[in-house]
Design a protein around this ligand. Structure first.
Ligand SMILES: [Zn+2]
Length: 96
């Protein structure tokens, strides 16, 4: 008879990044535009922070461009700087 199966619990609960190529490398037509906050918001967390490369799969080259674009968009008030701004704007990347 089999003894009770041991539950390993959170053995491999670690975030495993899928080896996909960066979205901007795959789709070359997709430009990183600071005037398009709806595109940039995918790379911003719900706290208004720029998502790390390991989470979005963006390559180093495009992550740099992306970070710059997000910062520009923030300066133009298209994207939030801090979580408190998100509430004011009614969501990440929502203009108006
Ligand atoms: Zn890339």
């Amino acid at each position: 008879m089999r003894a009770r199966v041991q539950k390993t619990g959170r053995f491999r609960a670690r975030y495993v990044p899928r080896r996909k190529h960066c979205a901007f490398c795959v789709d070359k037509s997709e430009k990183i535009d600071y005037k398009a906050p709806d595109k940039l918001r995918r790379y911003i967390s719900d706290r208004g922070r720029i998502e790390p490369r390991r989470k979005t799969g963006t390559c180093a080259k495009h992550q740099r461009v992306l970070a710059l674009a997000i910062k520009r968009a923030r300066h133009l008030a298209l994207l939030p700087y801090v979580a408190a701004h998100i509430h004011d704007m009614g969501g990440v990347g929502l203009s108006g």
